[in-house]
Design a protein around this ligand. Sequence first.
Ligand code: FMN
Length: 143
Amino acid sequence: MNYVIVYWSHYGNGKKLVEHLAATLKAKGADTQVLRTDEANPASLPPADAYVFSAPAEAMNLQVNMRSFMKKLNGMAGKKYGIINTHGMKKNRLAKMEKLLSKKDMVKLAEIDFLVGDGTQTGNGLPTGWEAAMNCFADKLIT
Ligand SMILES: Cc1cc2nc3c(=O)[nH]c(=O)nc-3n(C[C@H](O)[C@H](O)[C@H](O)COP(=O)(O)O)c2cc1C
């Protein structure tokens, strides 16, 4: 399996998640590529068996770089995806991510969100047990 993981992270919590995910998938024999939104071209992402998108909630919405990236995706019909969202308030932004990707006719495999807490601004706000939760998420991406 081959995965392309695209993320945006302000404080580093989301970066930690995608790095853990990439290492987990690699340990299962997969090829992975991790790219920030500004390192990838949404109109021509590298080929992959599945794509993962990860971003925080910001300003009562999905973070703007990821929102704009998803709107510009092209040629992704039928491609599989997983989504990751971190958020500081109760409401997660997974539905927004799914809405944008369903407009591209992509097919959801898995989703996960984390309510970040103390330590968020130093990248240490993920809740206890996040690694195990991410491992379950990784299992759902392996089809
Ligand atoms: C400018 C800014 C605006 C934010 N607005 C929201 C928000 O509207 N709702 C929310 O749940 N969290 C909000 N947050 C908290 C972020 O979701 C949280 O810091 C982020 O998930 C941490 O992930 P990161 O370390 O990958 O950036 C905001 C954070 C920043 C920096």
